[in-house]
Design a protein. Structure first.
Length: 194
């Protein structure tokens, strides 16, 4: 009888600990309708903006211990949109993104480091075309709160700069003086709690 009571107590404590741990970790799914993945690149003396219109991903956040957090995201490379259909068609070719052969751009975090009350450095592996390299996202948490229909939301902004040549995006000769190598990336995310 004592053993039975002890076993029940142990099970209850274990369940309580597991519940507390699972409550600390929250999973959010990116809402593409209320999010954006944008970029800009130098063209001669100005910067030309663009965006990707199709993407998905999940953010697993531990607010009490951010180092336990992680994020994974996938962008459909062919969804590139610079507001110029002819240019976008060219960007999808082997001259640039080669989207027929490399349809997905992916990011998978490897570490989260808190740098301020609501700011983080999120390091992860970015795969673009046939290259995977580590990049660091400067991330700001914009908050957590209720949304429409009882949804629980989180908001995020992330920025980074990559060198496109490091990912085998090399301009054709006729454009190599027109375009810069550095691509500024800015991401705004609204994500819904699973």
């Amino acid at each position: 009888m004592k053993f039975h009571a002890r076993a029940l107590l142990t099970a209850a404590l274990s369940l309580g600990i597991c519940t507390a741990l699972s409550a600390a970790v929250e999973t959010y799914t990116i809402d593409p309708v209320h999010s954006s993945v944008g970029f800009s690149i130098r063209h001669f003396v100005a910067k030309v903006p663009g965006r990707f219109t199709k993407f998905s991903g999940t953010i697993v956040i531990d607010r009490e211990n951010p180092a336990n957090s992680r994020v994974e995201a996938t962008i459909e490379a062919a969804s590139i949109d610079t507001g110029n259909p002819k240019r976008d068609t060219h960007l999808r070719t082997a001259d640039f993104l080669h989207t027929d052969q490399f349809p997905a751009i992916t990011f998978k975090s490897t570490s989260w480091k808190q740098t301020g009350d609501d700011t983080y450095e999120v390091t992860g592996d970015l795969t673009l075309k046939d290259v995977t390299k580590p990049v660091v996202l400067k991330v700001t948490s914009l908050g957590f709160g209720p949304g429409a229909g009882g949804a629980q939301l989180s908001g995020w902004e992330a920025t980074t700069t990559i060198n496109k040549k490091e990912f085998n995006v090399i301009d054709p000769p006729k454009l190599n003086l027109a375009l810069g190598d550095e691509v500024d990336v800015i991401i705004n995310i609204e994500a819904k709690k699973a």
